[in-house]
Design a protein around this ligand. Structure first.
Ligand code: ITT
Length: 205
């Protein structure tokens, strides 16, 4: 652990991402590109689930980033994402991971979403990502939104979570029918992380 922390300080292009979600790591690494190496909590010897108990995406993103920063002292960032469905008053929103169960059961979440939208004509929805960055002890937030609609059955095998049910505006395919590059080009996370990357580039100059 000491070696990892020392290594972090010596290599400024390495940055800690407060997630254990492998899909997110792959998406964010692709957007940040070769200039950055992402490290995860596991790389710092932290294997526990990082708490996210706040009532907002902003609160959870900050909570996750602070949790990691307090334990490592390193610059780091976290992302919290929610699917906000218009006809459900913005649900599942901040509860997207635990919509159907206590765990991250993607299939159960998707089934419950379809059940709750049965017979509903308004299928408008959006993904919203908030990225919280802690850099040099200062906190920064970046937001990314993609508007779209929920279709009536799961379609596609790529991505994760609600991707098989979400068709972004301007497309006739779900995120789960897109390559990682296509999803990143329009997605909530892609948009938020590009803002993060632009900010990091201005700081480096
Ligand atoms: P970490 O907290 O460890 O980063 P997580 O899976 O808990 O990972 P979030 O709290 O940010 O991630 O996301 C809540 C849920 O929203 C997640 O479990 C998925 O069901 C869904 N979700 C997040 N990003 C998504 C995406 O890009 N596509 C589809 N569903 C997504």
């Amino acid at each position: 652990m000491l070696f990892t922390l020392a290594y972090l300080y010596l290599c400024p292009m390495k940055i800690l991402f407060a997630t254990n979600n492998a899909h997110k790591i792959a998406e964010v690494a692709a957007v940040l590109g070769e200039g950055y190496t992402l490290l995860t909590p596991r790389d710092c010897g932290l294997t526990e689930e990082i708490p996210e108990t706040q009532p907002t995406l902003e609160g959870n993103a900050l909570q996750k980033a602070r949790y990691l920063h307090e334990r490592t002292g390193a610059d780091c960032f976290a992302d919290d994402t929610g699917l906000e469905v218009e006809a459900l008053g913005g649900a599942p929103g901040v509860r997207s991971a635990r919509y159907a169960t206590d765990g991250h059961d993607f299939e159960a979440n998707n089934r419950l979403l379809l059940r709750n939208l049965e017979g509903e004509e308004n299928r408008r929805a959006r993904f919203r990502t908030v990225v919280a960055l802690i850099l040099g002890g200062e906190e920064y937030l970046f937001e990314g939104i993609v508007e779209g609609r929920i279709i009536d059955r799961e379609t596609g095998d790529e991505g994760f979570g609600y991707d098989p049910l979400f068709v972004p505006d301007g497309f006739d395919r779900t995120f789960a029918q897109m390559t990682a590059e296509e999803k990143n080009a329009t997605s909530h996370r892609g948009r938020a992380v590009r803002k993060l990357a632009d900010f990091l580039r201005t700081i480096e100059k």
